[in-house]
Design a binder for this molecule. Structure first.
Ligand SMILES: C[S@@+](CC[C@H](N)C(=O)[O-])C[C@H]1O[C@@H](n2cnc3c(N)ncnc32)[C@H](O)[C@@H]1O
Length: 189
């Protein structure tokens, strides 16, 4: 569970130029009116950025299992007068959502999921047929914090789990240092 200071730090890290947030957002091809879920939204940096891209006619859902995170995001939304982002308290294994989504975005969250295959099978119910799931996570690095503490997902593991959950890699980007960035689409039945 993150406290307010840690949530601020998450936003600082997410918005840092070295982590290329603008490039990430550009490659999501967000459009006005889209419905986007920021799963594991942390401090809410990306949810707030997405809100501008989808405009007043779009919806962004900041989804997290940490109530403190959602309260922190809600306070920031209020301050910034952002009206098109809703917060959703999730359970570790599944999430209930009120509409169909164009995009789910998970940055540095995949390695936290205890049953990722089941999780994405469940999430699929809320993804439009032409919807996408964008996943960013650390790849293994031997002597880094993320490598030593298991905060990473090898690409082969990600592709295998997502394949079993019913998705194929639609696009893979390699402009992030130390992190994988793969956009998945639904496999046909
Ligand atoms: C390392 S933080 C990343 C936050 C944010 N995505 C970012 O890039 O700054 C991981 C976040 O995922 C959340 N989380 C972990 N497991 C989750 C789950 N099963 N469903 C929703 N959120 C989850 C945590 O509470 C935490 O806020």
């Amino acid at each position: 569970m993150f406290n307010e200071f840690q949530l601020k730090m998450l936003n600082k890290e997410a918005s840092s130029a070295k982590n290329k947030p603008s490039n990430i957002i550009e490659h999501l091809h967000l459009k006005k009116g889209m419905v986007v879920g920021d799963i594991g939204s942390g401090g809410g940096y990306f949810a707030c950025e997405f809100s501008r891209k989808v405009g007043v006619e779009g919806h962004v859902y900041a989804v997290d299992l940490n109530r403190k995170s959602l309260e922190y995001i809600a306070r920031n939304l209020e301050k910034k007068e952002i009206r098109n982002v809703k917060t959703v308290l999730a359970q570790p294994q599944e999430v209930e959502l009120p509409e169909q989504f164009d995009l789910f975005f998970l940055r540095n969250v995949f390695h936290h999921l205890t049953e990722p295959e089941e999780y994405f099978k469940s999430l699929k119910r809320f993804l439009k047929d032409d919807g996408r799931i964008a996943i960013i996570d650390y790849e293994k690095r031997k002597f880094s914090f993320t490598g030593l503490f298991g905060h990473y997902t090898p690409l082969t593991v990600l592709l295998d789990i997502m394949e079993r959950a019913g998705f194929y890699p639609f696009k893979q980007h390699d402009f992030l240092q130390d992190q994988l960035f793969v956009i998945f689409a639904k496999k046909g039945d």
